[in-house]
Ligand binder design. Structure first.
Ligand SMILES: Nc1ncnc2c1ncn2[C@@H]1O[C@H](COP(=O)(O)OP(=O)(O)OP(=O)(O)O)[C@@H](O)[C@H]1O
Ligand SMILES: O=C(O)[C@H](O)COP(=O)(O)O
Length: 406
């Protein structure tokens, strides 16, 4: 059983799972290249322990997932996903080109112990795109057609837990349901953020999603969760400007174009209410094709990364942290010349003895493979779900799991 706030959620340890037919909601939504192929399969790999365990416990497993959204380039079928999963699992994952029609239902009914199926993209079913409360989603055709074929429902899709769609919130109301191992790992790692005993807590927040990050800082401040919030990326520029620092014409133009200047009053309010927000003391800027280090009060050129002194000061704060959360890079890390700030904070976090949580594709890429066998490191699979979780919002899929029938 996992406890999150006032919710109690069953895990694979709490359900009778042997010789059963299990419907497993996974999130295999992956970046897709221009030829329609999977670019990065880390989300698929993440589900391997859950699937393996269910197979080893002699269940037959039917996976259901979305990929992209209708109308988008990455809205593709899941045939290649099944092939990749087969490779990781070293067993045949059969792709079924159907979601809930007679073909899929017949295949599911005839499954034998240990067999694994991946249904086609659940967002081909129009109902899946409508968000609504669990009680409404439990009455959808998706739930009505599929639930009678299964003994249990397992949700392992933490990265989609912020959506209140039928495949995520409809099933727990009508059948015994539990969280899979990915969901369990995410929830127990991320709940360290809200545990007062684990302190001090340092949040390293950067990147480009300024409004989302501002919401996180508002929540962390309101609930007095963070001891220090070290800013980089565009959120650092917002807070520097909110403090009255002139970052120069070029950077102000960037902030204006992105609509970030309108957030200044919210940032000021946070600063005045005692938010433990730190801003860089220096930046790495690009000016007339040259790269320079410049103090925060004398910025000339376009800001591309935090400076050397900031990286040192931030690293020293991280050194004493018991929980460090890193989300969003310190600079424009797609360019190798501007990765130093992000690399420095990551190094400090990994060298410290505390717990480290890394979220968001860009910061994960700064890990550069240093992930094996590190029990103190948690790499979240969540994008939007993680942002919402950190903002203190409830995740509908978790709430629904807590309503599990039986
Ligand atoms: N100073 C800066 N100016 C402009 N862009 C910046 C700056 N610093 C970082 N960025 C950009 O922020 C982007 C990454 O931010 P984002 O918030 O999307 O993080 P992420 O961790 O990848 O999130 P997710 O995985 O959820 O998409 C990168 O493209 C990077 O170039
Ligand atoms: O990548 C994600 O954030 C999840 O898979 C959810 O996808 P969505 O934003 O299309 O609902």
């Amino acid at each position: 059983m996992i406890k999150i706030g006032d919710l109690d959620i069953k895990t694979l340890d709490d359900l009778e799972l042997s010789g059963r037919k299990v419907l497993l909601r996974v999130d295999v939504n992956s970046p897709i290249d221009k030829n329609g192929h999977i670019l990065d399969s880390s989300r698929l790999k993440a589900h391997v322990p859950t699937i393996k365990e269910l197979v080893e416990r002699k269940n037959s497993v039917v996976m259901i997932s979305h990929q992209g959204r209708p109308g988008d380039r990455d809205f593709v079928e899941l045939e290649e996903h099944a092939q990749v999963l087969s490779k990781y699992l070293d067993l045949n994952v059969e792709f079924i080109d159907d979601v809930m029609g007679p073909y899929a239902r017949e295949k599911i009914s005839n499954m034998k112990e240990g067999e694994v199926i991946l249904l086609n993209n659940v967002r081909m079913v129009a109902e899946e795109l409508i968000e609504g409360p669990p009680q409404q989603q439990a009455k959808t055709f998706l739930v009505k057609k599929l639930s009678p074929l299964f003994d249990s429902y397992i949700n392992d899709a933490f990265a989609t837990s912020h959506r209140s769609q039928p495949s995520l919130v409809g099933f727990p109301l009508v059948m015994p349901s539990a969280a899979g191992r990915v969901m369990e790992k995410e929830v127990s790692a991320l709940s360290k953020i809200f545990t007062p005993e684990e302190a001090p807590k340092v949040f390293v927040l950067g990147g480009g999603k300024v409004l989302d990050t501002l919401r996180i800082i508002e929540n962390l401040t309101k609930k007095r969760i963070a001891d220090r919030i070290l800013t980089g990326g565009l959120i650092a520029e917002l807070f520097a400007t909110a403090k009255g620092i002139n970052l120069g014409k070029e950077n102000m133009e960037v902030l204006e174009k992105l609509g970030i200047l309108s957030l200044i009053p919210r940032a000021r309010k946070l600063l005045m209410s005692g938010a433990p927000v730190e801003i860089p003391v220096d930046f790495k800027v690009e000016k007339d094709g040259k790269i320079e280090e410049t103090p925060v009060h004398k910025v000339e050129g376009v800001i591309k990364d935090v400076g050397i002194n900031t990286a040192d000061i931030y690293s020293s704060f991280i050194k004493d942290s018991k929980v460090t959360v890193l989300r969003g890079p310190m600079g424009i890390i797609e360019d190798e010349r501007f990765r130093d700030g992000s690399k420095a904070v990551m190094k400090a976090a990994l060298e410290n003895s505390g717990y480290v949580i890394v979220g968001g594709g860009h910061m994960v890429s700064v890990l550069e493979g240093r992930v094996e066998d590190n029990p103190k490191l948690h790499i979240s699979t969540g994008g939007g779900a993680l942002l919402l979780f950190l903002s203190g919002e409830k995740l509908p899929a978790l709430e629904a799991l807590s309503l599990s029938k039986v």
